[in-house]
Design a protein around this ligand. Structure first.
Ligand code: AMP
Length: 281
């Protein structure tokens, strides 16, 4: 497995690979890799000749610089797990390589960046869209993989790629969960044992929504209030939002119709976790 820190060497490698007809699959990550990331690496290895994983904790998408500094990191373990899942190249630039002195360009995908996580995390999706656009320009993959776990991010990236006539095919991969249903996340490492077991309540609330829809209930107020009851009954869980939106436009819906996204953000003390399910009727 090759490790590139420089944009120029990453680009040169890809140019060579694509000139010899190799398809490139790309998985952007912030490291602290888990099975959620690795499931996409394994899929990309089946669908492409070359698999590139980027590991870059993007300071632009954090509200405060300290949050980026506190982000979990374990490079040695990441390299081992990425390689055994089928990665050929790790792209690991530093902040100055990505945002050198004098950097001035930012990408804003309007409206869909201002709902759900965008309400409290102002500017977060400008940071996400900007780094993903840069990474897609640098790696120029045939296919780029994103997790359904960050559903809003995936919708925003698909919109950006469509709007800016970019080449990569965007593939959204299913959420990988722990045995108790908690969505895998690099942030889960930050949870205490108690917080970790409490956090399973998020998926229980999402399963409640599925159960109610299966019973024929389509009123979103009713569904959200039953979900809220489950979440607020859990000690130390502070609900940031419970939303039911159209899966593509991310517009709030009153009744479940077509394909919807049921999404939650919950704080366990100061650790913020998100999760979602899609429901189609
Ligand atoms: P991150 O390193 O958290 O920025 O995530 C990198 C990519 O992995 C994003 O596309 C995430 O949506 C995806 N991802 C994170 N957690 C999971 C999960 N549990 N299942 C599937 N994909 C995930």
């Amino acid at each position: 497995m090759k490790i590139f820190n420089q944009i120029s060497e990453m680009k040169a490698f890809i140019r060579e690979q694509q000139a010899s007809g190799n398809a490139v699959g790309f998985i952007p990550t912030m490291g602290a890799l888990h099975e959620g990331h690795l499931s996409m690496v394994k899929r990309a290895a089946k669908e492409n000749n070359i698999v590139v994983v980027s590991i870059f904790v993007n300071p632009l998408q954090f509200g405060k610089p300290e949050e980026a500094d506190r982000y979990p990191a374990n490079m040695e373990k990441d390299l081992k797990s990425a390689e055994s899942a089928g990665t050929h190249v790790i792209f690991h630039p530093d902040v100055m390589e990505m945002y050198p002195e004098g950097y001035k360009t930012y990408i804003e995908v309007k409206e869909i960046s201002d709902v759900l996580c965008g309400v409290k995390r102002k500017g977060h999706f400008i940071g996400v869209a900007t780094v993903v656009l840069k990474l897609l320009n640098i790696v120029h993959p045939d296919r780029a993989y994103f997790g359904q776990k960050d559903a809003q991010q995936a919708v925003i990236i698909k919109q950006m790629v469509r709007d800016l006539n970019m080449d990569p095919e965007i593939i959204v991969s299913p959420t990988i969960r722990e045995n108790d249903g908690l969505a895998m996340s690099s942030r889960n490492i930050l949870l205490s044992e108690l917080q970790r077991s409490n956090a399973a309540v998020m998926y229980r609330s999402l399963k409640k929504a599925i159960e109610l829809v299966n019973k024929g209930i389509s009123d979103c107020c009713r569904i959200k209030s039953e979900m809220e009851q489950i979440l607020t009954n859990q000690a130390n869980a502070e609900v940031e939002y419970i939303s039911i939106v159209e899966a593509e436009s991310l517009k709030e819906v009153k009744k479940i119709q077509g394909k919807v996204l049921v999404a939650v953000a919950v704080l366990f003390d100061s650790i913020r976790l998100i999760d979602n399910v899609t429901i189609e009727v």
